[in-house]
Design a protein around this ligand. Sequence first.
Ligand SMILES: C=C(O[C@@H]1C=C(C(=O)O)C=C[C@H]1O)C(=O)O
Length: 115
Amino acid sequence: MKASEQAMTELRSIRDTIDNLDAVLVGVLAERFKATQRVGELKALNDLPAGDPEREKLQIERLRRLASEAQLDPEFAEKILNFIISEVIQRHERIAEEHRADEQRADEHRAEADA
Ligand SMILES: C=C(O[C@@H]1C=C(C(=O)O)C=C[C@H]1O)C(=O)O
């Protein structure tokens, strides 16, 4: 096999691995967002704040440690986690707003029924 053919074979094989890993990433992210969706509902139902900076601090410390152990740049790992968490917090704020709007509609209904 020519050197370039060998390189192309290896390139295709590595790209297959990358495609499989991307599929795993999407699956893991989807599971994570399902879990955080439920957290958002629990927070909305119990009037808890969308964000929890204390918890985030511990998560970032832990993720940076895990990243270092896995030879992944901890700065990069922190950036990714912060990006995901800020999306989660926005979603929690939206869930809380929707919950408040539902409550308000229910109050208005009750007031109309009592009138
Ligand atoms: C999911 C939560 O809500 C927010 C999002 C977090 C996350 O995506 O990991 C962590 C803390 C909170 O700011 C939580 O409080 O556990």
